[in-house]
Ligand binder design. Structure first.
Ligand SMILES: NC(=O)c1ccc[n+]([C@@H]2O[C@H](COP(=O)([O-])OP(=O)(O)OC[C@H]3O[C@@H](n4cnc5c(N)ncnc54)[C@H](O)[C@@H]3O)[C@@H](O)[C@H]2O)c1
Length: 442
Protein backbone atom coordinates (compact mmCIF):
# COMPACT_ATOMS: atom_id res chain seq x y z
CA UNK A 1 0.00 0.00 0.00
CA UNK A 2 1.09 3.59 -0.49
CA UNK A 3 1.03 5.42 2.82
CA UNK A 4 1.66 9.01 3.87
CA UNK A 5 2.38 9.66 7.54
CA UNK A 6 1.99 13.30 8.52
CA UNK A 7 4.03 14.25 11.59
CA UNK A 8 7.38 12.52 11.96
CA UNK A 9 7.82 12.53 15.74
CA UNK A 10 8.01 9.59 18.14
CA UNK A 11 4.77 8.09 16.85
CA UNK A 12 4.83 9.11 13.17
CA UNK A 13 8.41 7.98 12.59
CA UNK A 14 7.83 4.62 14.27
CA UNK A 15 4.51 4.10 12.47
CA UNK A 16 5.94 5.01 9.07
CA UNK A 17 9.08 2.94 9.54
CA UNK A 18 7.25 -0.17 10.73
CA UNK A 19 4.73 0.02 7.89
CA UNK A 20 7.62 0.41 5.44
CA UNK A 21 9.33 -2.57 7.01
CA UNK A 22 6.27 -4.71 6.38
CA UNK A 23 6.52 -3.91 2.67
CA UNK A 24 4.52 -0.72 2.17
CA UNK A 25 5.72 2.36 0.34
CA UNK A 26 5.75 5.06 3.01
CA UNK A 27 6.42 8.79 2.87
CA UNK A 28 6.80 10.59 6.18
CA UNK A 29 5.98 14.29 6.13
CA UNK A 30 6.92 16.95 8.66
CA UNK A 31 6.85 20.74 8.67
CA UNK A 32 10.10 20.79 10.59
CA UNK A 33 12.68 21.20 7.81
CA UNK A 34 15.58 20.51 10.16
CA UNK A 35 14.06 17.19 11.20
CA UNK A 36 13.41 16.15 7.61
CA UNK A 37 16.92 17.19 6.55
CA UNK A 38 18.38 15.10 9.35
CA UNK A 39 16.30 12.09 8.30
CA UNK A 40 17.29 12.55 4.66
CA UNK A 41 20.91 12.44 5.84
CA UNK A 42 20.32 9.26 7.82
CA UNK A 43 20.30 11.02 11.20
CA UNK A 44 17.45 9.99 13.51
CA UNK A 45 16.29 13.02 15.49
CA UNK A 46 15.07 11.01 18.49
CA UNK A 47 16.49 8.17 20.54
CA UNK A 48 14.41 5.03 20.28
CA UNK A 49 16.06 1.62 20.56
CA UNK A 50 16.24 -0.19 17.22
CA UNK A 51 14.73 2.68 15.25
CA UNK A 52 17.78 4.01 13.45
CA UNK A 53 18.71 0.61 11.94
CA UNK A 54 15.15 0.10 10.78
CA UNK A 55 14.97 3.58 9.24
CA UNK A 56 18.26 3.09 7.41
CA UNK A 57 17.33 -0.35 6.12
CA UNK A 58 13.96 0.76 4.76
CA UNK A 59 15.29 4.01 3.33
CA UNK A 60 18.00 2.06 1.51
CA UNK A 61 15.38 -0.38 0.22
CA UNK A 62 13.47 2.57 -1.27
CA UNK A 63 10.36 1.93 0.83
CA UNK A 64 10.72 4.88 3.22
CA UNK A 65 10.91 8.52 2.16
CA UNK A 66 10.95 11.86 3.95
CA UNK A 67 9.69 15.22 2.80
CA UNK A 68 8.24 18.52 3.96
CA UNK A 69 5.93 18.53 0.97
CA UNK A 70 2.52 17.22 2.06
CA UNK A 71 1.07 17.24 -1.46
CA UNK A 72 3.93 15.14 -2.81
CA UNK A 73 3.39 12.56 -0.06
CA UNK A 74 -0.39 12.49 0.00
CA UNK A 75 -1.57 12.85 -3.59
CA UNK A 76 -1.24 9.19 -4.50
CA UNK A 77 -1.51 7.69 -1.00
CA UNK A 78 -4.05 4.95 -0.28
CA UNK A 79 -3.89 5.79 3.41
CA UNK A 80 -2.92 9.07 5.06
CA UNK A 81 -1.97 8.76 8.72
CA UNK A 82 -2.20 11.86 10.90
CA UNK A 83 0.43 11.65 13.65
CA UNK A 84 0.99 15.30 14.51
CA UNK A 85 1.28 16.46 18.10
CA UNK A 86 -1.83 17.23 20.15
CA UNK A 87 -0.24 19.16 23.03
CA UNK A 88 -2.19 20.57 25.95
CA UNK A 89 -3.89 23.94 25.48
CA UNK A 90 -3.83 26.41 28.37
CA UNK A 91 -7.12 25.04 29.75
CA UNK A 92 -5.90 21.41 29.68
CA UNK A 93 -7.88 20.40 26.61
CA UNK A 94 -6.05 18.95 23.59
CA UNK A 95 -4.76 21.57 21.16
CA UNK A 96 -5.79 20.27 17.74
CA UNK A 97 -4.44 23.19 15.71
CA UNK A 98 -1.76 21.07 14.00
CA UNK A 99 -4.35 18.45 13.08
CA UNK A 100 -6.70 21.03 11.55
CA UNK A 101 -3.83 22.71 9.71
CA UNK A 102 -2.98 19.37 8.10
CA UNK A 103 -6.65 18.76 7.30
CA UNK A 104 -6.83 22.09 5.40
CA UNK A 105 -3.64 21.39 3.47
CA UNK A 106 -4.59 17.80 2.77
CA UNK A 107 -8.07 18.33 1.33
CA UNK A 108 -6.99 19.73 -2.07
CA UNK A 109 -4.57 16.86 -2.73
CA UNK A 110 -6.41 13.92 -1.17
CA UNK A 111 -7.19 11.03 -3.51
CA UNK A 112 -10.92 10.34 -3.69
CA UNK A 113 -10.69 6.83 -2.27
CA UNK A 114 -7.92 7.53 0.27
CA UNK A 115 -8.59 6.82 3.94
CA UNK A 116 -7.47 9.48 6.42
CA UNK A 117 -6.56 7.81 9.70
CA UNK A 118 -6.05 9.61 12.99
CA UNK A 119 -3.11 8.13 14.87
CA UNK A 120 -2.66 11.19 17.10
CA UNK A 121 -4.42 11.03 20.45
CA UNK A 122 -7.53 13.16 19.96
CA UNK A 123 -10.62 13.85 22.07
CA UNK A 124 -13.80 11.91 21.47
CA UNK A 125 -15.73 13.46 18.60
CA UNK A 126 -12.66 14.53 16.61
CA UNK A 127 -13.13 11.86 13.96
CA UNK A 128 -16.60 13.12 13.17
CA UNK A 129 -15.30 16.69 12.96
CA UNK A 130 -12.48 15.56 10.69
CA UNK A 131 -14.98 13.81 8.44
CA UNK A 132 -17.20 16.89 8.28
CA UNK A 133 -14.28 19.26 7.62
CA UNK A 134 -12.81 17.10 4.89
CA UNK A 135 -16.22 16.70 3.29
CA UNK A 136 -16.80 20.42 3.31
CA UNK A 137 -13.30 21.23 2.01
CA UNK A 138 -13.38 18.63 -0.78
CA UNK A 139 -17.08 18.84 -1.62
CA UNK A 140 -17.37 15.03 -1.51
CA UNK A 141 -17.72 12.28 1.05
CA UNK A 142 -14.32 11.42 2.49
CA UNK A 143 -13.18 8.27 4.24
CA UNK A 144 -11.84 8.58 7.77
CA UNK A 145 -10.88 6.21 10.57
CA UNK A 146 -9.43 6.33 14.05
CA UNK A 147 -6.47 4.15 14.95
CA UNK A 148 -5.05 5.24 18.32
CA UNK A 149 -1.51 4.27 19.18
CA UNK A 150 -0.50 2.48 22.39
CA UNK A 151 3.27 2.27 21.93
CA UNK A 152 5.62 3.13 24.78
CA UNK A 153 8.68 5.26 24.12
CA UNK A 154 11.74 3.11 24.78
CA UNK A 155 9.98 -0.01 23.46
CA UNK A 156 8.16 1.58 20.55
CA UNK A 157 9.27 -0.78 17.78
CA UNK A 158 8.36 -3.86 19.76
CA UNK A 159 5.05 -2.37 20.85
CA UNK A 160 4.17 -1.43 17.29
CA UNK A 161 5.19 -4.70 15.69
CA UNK A 162 3.88 -6.92 18.49
CA UNK A 163 0.90 -4.98 19.79
CA UNK A 164 -1.26 -6.34 22.62
CA UNK A 165 -4.19 -5.26 20.43
CA UNK A 166 -4.98 -2.97 17.55
CA UNK A 167 -7.93 -0.65 17.97
CA UNK A 168 -9.68 0.87 14.97
CA UNK A 169 -12.67 3.14 14.97
CA UNK A 170 -14.66 3.10 11.73
CA UNK A 171 -18.14 3.61 10.38
CA UNK A 172 -17.95 0.97 7.64
CA UNK A 173 -16.34 -2.42 7.23
CA UNK A 174 -14.47 -1.21 4.10
CA UNK A 175 -12.18 1.05 6.15
CA UNK A 176 -11.74 -1.66 8.77
CA UNK A 177 -10.59 -4.07 6.05
CA UNK A 178 -7.94 -1.68 4.74
CA UNK A 179 -6.51 -1.25 8.22
CA UNK A 180 -6.80 -4.98 8.95
CA UNK A 181 -4.66 -5.68 5.87
CA UNK A 182 -2.11 -3.11 6.98
CA UNK A 183 -1.83 -4.65 10.44
CA UNK A 184 -1.96 -8.30 9.36
CA UNK A 185 1.85 -8.77 9.48
CA UNK A 186 1.87 -7.59 13.11
CA UNK A 187 -1.00 -9.73 14.34
CA UNK A 188 0.42 -13.16 13.66
CA UNK A 189 0.23 -14.20 17.31
CA UNK A 190 -3.56 -13.97 17.39
CA UNK A 191 -3.59 -10.62 19.13
CA UNK A 192 -6.98 -9.00 18.61
CA UNK A 193 -7.86 -6.46 15.93
CA UNK A 194 -10.69 -4.61 17.63
CA UNK A 195 -13.18 -2.81 15.43
CA UNK A 196 -15.44 -0.26 17.08
CA UNK A 197 -16.94 3.18 16.50
CA UNK A 198 -14.54 6.13 16.16
CA UNK A 199 -15.91 7.52 19.43
CA UNK A 200 -15.10 4.32 21.33
CA UNK A 201 -11.66 4.13 19.73
CA UNK A 202 -10.87 7.74 20.66
CA UNK A 203 -11.97 7.17 24.23
CA UNK A 204 -10.14 3.84 24.51
CA UNK A 205 -6.81 5.61 24.12
CA UNK A 206 -7.53 8.19 26.84
CA UNK A 207 -9.09 5.64 29.17
CA UNK A 208 -6.03 3.37 28.88
CA UNK A 209 -3.63 6.18 29.72
CA UNK A 210 -5.84 7.54 32.48
CA UNK A 211 -6.04 4.13 34.15
CA UNK A 212 -2.27 3.64 34.00
CA UNK A 213 -1.73 7.14 35.41
CA UNK A 214 -4.27 6.39 38.15
CA UNK A 215 -2.33 3.31 39.21
CA UNK A 216 0.87 5.35 39.43
CA UNK A 217 -0.70 8.14 41.47
CA UNK A 218 -2.40 5.57 43.69
CA UNK A 219 0.80 3.75 44.61
CA UNK A 220 2.67 7.04 45.04
CA UNK A 221 0.14 8.31 47.54
CA UNK A 222 0.22 4.99 49.37
CA UNK A 223 4.03 5.21 49.45
CA UNK A 224 3.80 8.61 51.09
CA UNK A 225 1.49 7.18 53.75
CA UNK A 226 3.93 4.30 54.32
CA UNK A 227 6.66 6.82 55.11
CA UNK A 228 4.54 8.40 57.85
CA UNK A 229 4.09 5.06 59.62
CA UNK A 230 7.55 3.52 59.07
CA UNK A 231 6.00 0.95 56.78
CA UNK A 232 7.73 -0.21 53.59
CA UNK A 233 5.84 0.26 50.31
CA UNK A 234 7.84 -2.61 48.80
CA UNK A 235 6.32 -5.00 51.31
CA UNK A 236 2.88 -3.52 50.76
CA UNK A 237 3.38 -3.83 46.99
CA UNK A 238 4.26 -7.48 47.34
CA UNK A 239 1.32 -7.95 49.64
CA UNK A 240 -1.13 -6.59 47.09
CA UNK A 241 0.59 -7.55 43.84
CA UNK A 242 0.36 -11.28 44.42
CA UNK A 243 -3.40 -10.90 44.51
CA UNK A 244 -4.31 -12.01 41.00
CA UNK A 245 -7.00 -9.33 40.84
CA UNK A 246 -4.37 -6.62 41.35
CA UNK A 247 -0.98 -7.60 39.92
CA UNK A 248 2.23 -5.56 39.89
CA UNK A 249 2.12 -3.56 36.65
CA UNK A 250 2.29 0.22 37.00
CA UNK A 251 2.38 -0.03 40.77
CA UNK A 252 5.96 1.14 41.26
CA UNK A 253 6.32 4.14 43.55
CA UNK A 254 8.45 6.95 42.21
CA UNK A 255 8.70 10.65 41.50
CA UNK A 256 5.52 10.90 39.45
CA UNK A 257 4.78 10.25 35.81
CA UNK A 258 5.92 12.60 33.06
CA UNK A 259 6.29 12.47 29.31
CA UNK A 260 4.21 13.72 26.47
CA UNK A 261 1.19 11.48 27.11
CA UNK A 262 0.02 10.71 30.66
CA UNK A 263 -0.04 14.28 32.02
CA UNK A 264 -1.72 15.79 28.97
CA UNK A 265 -4.07 12.88 28.36
CA UNK A 266 -5.37 12.80 31.95
CA UNK A 267 -6.09 16.54 31.74
CA UNK A 268 -7.57 16.33 28.25
CA UNK A 269 -9.87 13.49 29.28
CA UNK A 270 -11.01 15.50 32.29
CA UNK A 271 -11.71 18.46 30.04
CA UNK A 272 -13.72 16.19 27.71
CA UNK A 273 -16.23 15.73 30.55
CA UNK A 274 -17.12 19.41 29.90
CA UNK A 275 -20.81 19.94 30.32
CA UNK A 276 -21.73 16.25 30.47
CA UNK A 277 -22.78 16.76 34.08
CA UNK A 278 -20.14 14.25 35.22
CA UNK A 279 -17.46 15.73 37.46
CA UNK A 280 -13.95 14.45 36.62
CA UNK A 281 -12.96 14.36 40.31
CA UNK A 282 -10.96 11.14 40.04
CA UNK A 283 -8.90 12.39 37.09
CA UNK A 284 -8.28 15.73 38.81
CA UNK A 285 -7.04 13.89 41.90
CA UNK A 286 -4.72 11.70 39.80
CA UNK A 287 -3.23 14.83 38.23
CA UNK A 288 -2.96 16.63 41.58
CA UNK A 289 -1.23 13.70 43.30
CA UNK A 290 1.20 13.49 40.40
CA UNK A 291 2.09 17.17 40.53
CA UNK A 292 2.76 16.81 44.28
CA UNK A 293 4.83 13.69 43.71
CA UNK A 294 7.13 15.54 41.33
CA UNK A 295 8.17 17.60 44.39
CA UNK A 296 8.95 14.60 46.56
CA UNK A 297 12.72 14.54 46.03
CA UNK A 298 13.17 18.28 46.36
CA UNK A 299 11.20 18.24 49.62
CA UNK A 300 13.39 15.47 51.00
CA UNK A 301 16.56 17.28 49.90
CA UNK A 302 15.40 20.59 51.35
CA UNK A 303 14.47 18.95 54.64
CA UNK A 304 17.84 17.28 54.82
CA UNK A 305 19.99 20.36 54.18
CA UNK A 306 17.67 22.92 55.80
CA UNK A 307 19.03 26.44 55.61
CA UNK A 308 22.46 25.13 54.61
CA UNK A 309 21.29 24.17 51.13
CA UNK A 310 22.64 27.13 49.13
CA UNK A 311 25.94 26.23 47.50
CA UNK A 312 25.51 22.48 48.01
CA UNK A 313 26.48 20.25 45.07
CA UNK A 314 23.75 17.86 44.02
CA UNK A 315 24.34 15.12 41.45
CA UNK A 316 21.31 14.02 39.45
CA UNK A 317 21.15 10.65 37.72
CA UNK A 318 18.43 10.50 35.09
CA UNK A 319 16.79 13.37 33.22
CA UNK A 320 14.51 11.67 30.69
CA UNK A 321 10.98 11.11 31.94
CA UNK A 322 11.69 7.38 31.84
CA UNK A 323 14.55 5.09 30.77
CA UNK A 324 15.36 4.25 27.15
CA UNK A 325 14.17 7.56 25.75
CA UNK A 326 15.63 11.04 25.29
CA UNK A 327 12.19 12.60 25.85
CA UNK A 328 12.14 15.21 28.63
CA UNK A 329 8.60 16.53 28.11
CA UNK A 330 7.06 17.02 31.59
CA UNK A 331 10.02 15.13 33.08
CA UNK A 332 10.11 15.21 36.91
CA UNK A 333 13.88 15.91 36.70
CA UNK A 334 13.19 19.37 35.29
CA UNK A 335 11.02 20.29 38.28
CA UNK A 336 13.82 19.21 40.62
CA UNK A 337 16.48 21.10 38.63
CA UNK A 338 14.43 24.31 38.65
CA UNK A 339 14.01 24.19 42.42
CA UNK A 340 17.64 23.33 43.17
CA UNK A 341 18.82 26.18 40.94
CA UNK A 342 16.44 28.52 42.73
CA UNK A 343 17.97 27.41 46.05
CA UNK A 344 21.48 28.15 44.77
CA UNK A 345 22.76 24.57 44.39
CA UNK A 346 25.47 23.42 42.01
CA UNK A 347 24.01 20.69 39.82
CA UNK A 348 25.92 17.87 38.12
CA UNK A 349 23.83 15.74 35.79
CA UNK A 350 24.03 12.51 33.86
CA UNK A 351 21.63 10.83 31.50
CA UNK A 352 22.56 8.28 28.84
CA UNK A 353 20.36 9.88 26.16
CA UNK A 354 18.63 13.07 27.27
CA UNK A 355 21.54 15.39 28.12
CA UNK A 356 21.45 17.28 24.82
CA UNK A 357 17.76 18.04 25.24
CA UNK A 358 18.40 19.28 28.79
CA UNK A 359 21.41 21.32 27.66
CA UNK A 360 19.17 23.05 25.11
CA UNK A 361 17.09 24.39 28.04
CA UNK A 362 19.62 24.98 30.81
CA UNK A 363 22.90 25.58 28.93
CA UNK A 364 25.79 26.18 31.32
CA UNK A 365 23.61 26.45 34.42
CA UNK A 366 24.29 22.73 34.91
CA UNK A 367 27.41 20.59 34.66
CA UNK A 368 27.03 17.62 32.30
CA UNK A 369 28.81 14.28 32.72
CA UNK A 370 28.88 11.46 30.22
CA UNK A 371 30.00 9.08 32.99
CA UNK A 372 27.50 8.89 35.84
CA UNK A 373 30.21 8.12 38.39
CA UNK A 374 32.02 11.34 37.37
CA UNK A 375 28.84 13.26 38.16
CA UNK A 376 28.94 12.25 41.85
CA UNK A 377 32.50 13.51 42.40
CA UNK A 378 32.40 16.05 45.22
CA UNK A 379 28.60 15.84 45.50
CA UNK A 380 26.88 16.56 48.79
CA UNK A 381 24.01 14.32 47.70
CA UNK A 382 22.92 12.20 44.78
CA UNK A 383 19.34 12.33 43.51
CA UNK A 384 18.17 9.48 41.28
CA UNK A 385 15.25 10.48 39.10
CA UNK A 386 15.17 7.97 36.21
CA UNK A 387 15.76 4.23 36.59
CA UNK A 388 18.25 3.69 33.76
CA UNK A 389 19.78 0.19 33.96
CA UNK A 390 23.30 1.61 34.34
CA UNK A 391 22.36 3.11 37.72
CA UNK A 392 21.16 -0.17 39.21
CA UNK A 393 24.38 -1.58 40.57
CA UNK A 394 27.04 1.09 40.95
CA UNK A 395 30.34 0.45 42.68
CA UNK A 396 29.17 1.73 46.05
CA UNK A 397 32.64 1.73 47.55
CA UNK A 398 33.97 3.97 44.79
CA UNK A 399 30.84 6.10 44.93
CA UNK A 400 31.28 6.71 48.64
CA UNK A 401 34.89 7.73 48.12
CA UNK A 402 33.95 10.10 45.30
CA UNK A 403 31.10 11.85 47.08
CA UNK A 404 31.70 14.67 49.51
CA UNK A 405 28.82 13.37 51.61
CA UNK A 406 27.46 9.87 51.03
CA UNK A 407 23.75 10.61 50.95
CA UNK A 408 21.41 9.30 48.28
CA UNK A 409 17.87 10.43 47.49
CA UNK A 410 16.51 7.63 45.37
CA UNK A 411 13.32 8.50 43.55
CA UNK A 412 13.03 5.02 42.02
CA UNK A 413 13.84 2.65 44.91
CA UNK A 414 16.72 1.12 42.95
CA UNK A 415 18.65 -0.25 45.90
CA UNK A 416 18.10 -2.61 48.78
CA UNK A 417 18.05 -0.73 52.05
CA UNK A 418 20.43 -3.31 53.55
CA UNK A 419 22.96 -2.69 50.75
CA UNK A 420 22.96 1.03 51.45
CA UNK A 421 23.43 0.46 55.19
CA UNK A 422 26.27 -2.00 54.54
CA UNK A 423 27.94 0.52 52.25
CA UNK A 424 27.62 3.37 54.73
CA UNK A 425 25.16 5.62 52.89
CA UNK A 426 22.39 7.71 54.31
CA UNK A 427 19.57 6.58 52.08
CA UNK A 428 16.23 8.22 51.39
CA UNK A 429 13.87 6.43 49.04
CA UNK A 430 10.15 6.46 48.27
CA UNK A 431 7.76 4.91 50.77
CA UNK A 432 10.50 3.16 52.72
CA UNK A 433 12.21 4.01 55.99
CA UNK A 434 15.18 6.38 55.85
CA UNK A 435 18.42 4.75 56.90
CA UNK A 436 21.18 6.62 58.67
CA UNK A 437 24.26 4.40 58.80
CA UNK A 438 25.53 6.03 61.98
CA UNK A 439 22.32 5.14 63.79
CA UNK A 440 22.31 1.59 62.42
CA UNK A 441 25.83 1.05 63.78
CA UNK A 442 24.93 1.98 67.36
N1 LIG B 1 5.02 9.79 22.23
C1 LIG B 1 4.29 8.75 22.59
O1 LIG B 1 4.75 7.88 23.34
C2 LIG B 1 2.88 8.59 22.10
C3 LIG B 1 2.25 7.34 22.23
C4 LIG B 1 0.94 7.20 21.75
C5 LIG B 1 0.29 8.27 21.17
N2 LIG B 1 0.93 9.49 21.08
C6 LIG B 1 0.22 10.58 20.44
O2 LIG B 1 0.70 10.69 19.10
C7 LIG B 1 0.72 12.08 18.70
C8 LIG B 1 2.12 12.47 18.28
O3 LIG B 1 2.97 12.33 19.40
P1 LIG B 1 4.56 12.42 19.27
O4 LIG B 1 5.11 12.10 20.61
O5 LIG B 1 4.98 11.64 18.10
O6 LIG B 1 4.73 13.97 18.98
P2 LIG B 1 6.02 14.72 18.43
O7 LIG B 1 5.93 16.09 18.97
O8 LIG B 1 7.23 13.90 18.70
O9 LIG B 1 5.80 14.73 16.86
C9 LIG B 1 4.83 15.48 16.21
C10 LIG B 1 5.41 15.91 14.88
O10 LIG B 1 4.38 16.55 14.12
C11 LIG B 1 5.01 17.57 13.37
N3 LIG B 1 4.00 18.51 12.88
C12 LIG B 1 3.32 19.46 13.55
N4 LIG B 1 2.50 20.13 12.73
C13 LIG B 1 2.65 19.59 11.51
C14 LIG B 1 2.08 19.85 10.24
N5 LIG B 1 1.18 20.82 10.08
N6 LIG B 1 2.48 19.12 9.19
C15 LIG B 1 3.40 18.13 9.35
N7 LIG B 1 3.98 17.85 10.53
C16 LIG B 1 3.61 18.56 11.59
C17 LIG B 1 6.00 18.18 14.33
O11 LIG B 1 7.00 18.93 13.66
C18 LIG B 1 6.55 16.92 15.00
O12 LIG B 1 7.70 16.42 14.34
C19 LIG B 1 0.18 12.86 19.89
O13 LIG B 1 -1.19 13.03 19.73
C20 LIG B 1 0.45 11.93 21.07
O14 LIG B 1 -0.43 12.15 22.12
C21 LIG B 1 2.20 9.66 21.51
Amino acid sequence: MKIAVVGTGYVGLVTGTCFADSGNDVTCVDINQEKVNALLNGVIPIYEPGLSDLVRRNTAAGRLHFTTNLAEAAEDADVVYLAVGTPPAADGSADLSALWAVCEALAPVLREDAVVVTKSTVPVGTNVKLYERLNSLTGRECRVASNPEFLKEGAAIDDFTKPDRVVVGVRTEAEANILRKLYEPFLRTDKPFLVMSPESAELTKYVANALLATKISFINQMANVCEKFDADINDVRRGIGHDSRIGFAFLHPGVGYGGSCFPKDVRALASTFGDTGIAPKLLEAVDWVNEQQKLVLQNKIENYFGDQIAGKTIAIWGLAFKPKTDDIREAPALVLIDRLLELGCEIKVNDPEAMNNVKAIYGDKLQYFVDHMEAVKGADALAIVTEWTEYRSPDFEQMKLLMNNPTVFDGRNLYKISAMVDNGFEYHSIGRPVVHPALELQ
